[in-house]
Every structure is written in C-alpha cells, then in structure tokens.
Design a protein around this ligand. Structure first.
Ligand code: SF4
Length: 216
C-alpha cells in the first residue's frame, strides 16, 4: 500500500445517526471519477477544491470525539483516496481498536476486490460497505442507500446484524455548525429533496451550506 499522509475532504461531521449504524462521525472526501445522473453531492465530484488535512490531524479529531461508534467514509469516492483512508483507520485503531468503519463506494464490491493494493487495503479495514453507483430509476427509500442496486455488504461480523433489520429510510439530519451555518446529512428518501429544502430555507432567510449528504 502506498504511504499517504494527506486527504482532501469536502466536509466532515462530528455526529450523525443517519449514515450507518449508531452514532458516527462522517468524512466526505473530495473527488469522484463517476458521474451518476442525479448525484446529490455534485459539489464533491471535482478532485479540486477540497480542504487538505493530514492523516494525523484527522486521527486526532476522530479519537477526540466522545460517544461515537465509528466513522462513515463518504464523498465523493472514498476509494479514490483509499491509501490515505486506510492509513487513517490504522492510526485511529492504534488508539481505539474497537473503532467501527463503514464506507460508501460507487464501485461494486467485486470490482474493488479486483482493484489495486490501496483499494484492497481499505476494504480489509472496513466493517461495512455500501456499494455500487446511484441509479436514479431505481431510487427506493432504503436504509442508508439511494437506489435498490446498492448493497449493504458486511465485511466483518461487527454489523452483520443490519441485514436482518428493517430496510427503510433512515431519513436526513439537519445540523447547525459551530459557525452557525446549516448543513444536512443522510440519504434523501424522495427525489428533489435537496432543491426543496434549499428553497424553503431560503424563503425564511437561511442559507444551506453547499456541502451535501450522500446519494450513493
Ligand atoms: S452518486 Fe456517489 S458514486 Fe455517483 S457520482 Fe455521486 S458521489 Fe460519485
């Protein structure tokens, strides 16, 4: 695995209950090579424009968050920065061996397994994967996923139980950030959610941060 100590992020969130099991931190990486029609996170697609962070800084941040189950890696495409994210999980687990890890990917699990060493290294460190591109025609109000082609792939026993739980939308969460700005996270259960929310908030004088939730 290549040694990488930097990650380009679109956004991060301390606490979230709608993008994976329990209470989790979320990291949205910047950049995705895919272009799914209807992607709700369009501002995370270019590989330029993210905020640079060191693995050390992000590990310190994650280890300092109280009462979280683990982290969800979203984007953008986490496997486009696989080496840095694998290194991040290693650094965190040196201090918190029980730290859970879930990731989204627009690639299918089988393709990731056949991928390069960095992608396989990140896969080996995950407990749960949501795989596959977002397909608008297969939109469905499923738990943590935007369309019915996407699978919840348990890679360890840690979250194996989620496959037996009700598979319905976990909804979205609104957050007020430390600087007073509003943002949201989650997988919208209905098309046009983001546009509608932004419109209604604008009518009341609120501006939603550009960074979004997760479609795939
Ligand atoms: S839905 Fe996901 S995989 Fe598809 S373009 Fe958007 S970020 Fe990339």
């Amino acid at each position: 695995m290549a040694e990488v100590n930097r990650l380009s992020l679109a956004r991060r969130l301390d606490r979230c209950t709608v993008l994976g099991p329990g209470v989790r931190a979320v990291i949205w990486v910047q950049g995705c090579p895919l272009r799914c029609r209807g992607c709700v996170a369009s501002e995370t697609l270019p590989f330029e424009g993210g905020t640079e962070h060191t693995v050390t800084e992000l590990a310190d941040w994650l280890c300092g968050l109280p009462d979280i189950e683990g982290v969800t890696l979203s984007g953008g495409e986490p496997f486009a920065q696989a080496a840095g994210l694998a290194a991040l999980l290693d650094r965190v687990r040196e201090r918190r061996p029980d730290f859970g890890a879930m990731a989204y990917s627009g690639f299918r699990y089988e393709a990731l397994r056949r991928g390069g060493p960095d992608r396989r290294a990140l896969l080996r460190r995950l407990d749960l994967l949501v795989d596959g591109p977002y397909v608008a025609s297969r939109r469905h109000g499923l738990r943590w996923r935007g369309s019915s082609n996407q699978r919840l792939v348990a890679l360890t026993g840690r979250y194996a139980h989620v496959g037996t739980e009700p598979d319905t939308s976990a909804g979205v969460e609104l957050s007020v950030e430390a600087d007073g700005s509003l943002s949201w996270a989650g997988v919208p259960p209905a098309p046009g959610f983001r546009e509608g929310l932004e419109e209604r908030l604008a009518e009341r004088g609120f501006v939603l941060r550009a960074e979004a939730g997760r479609e795939a």
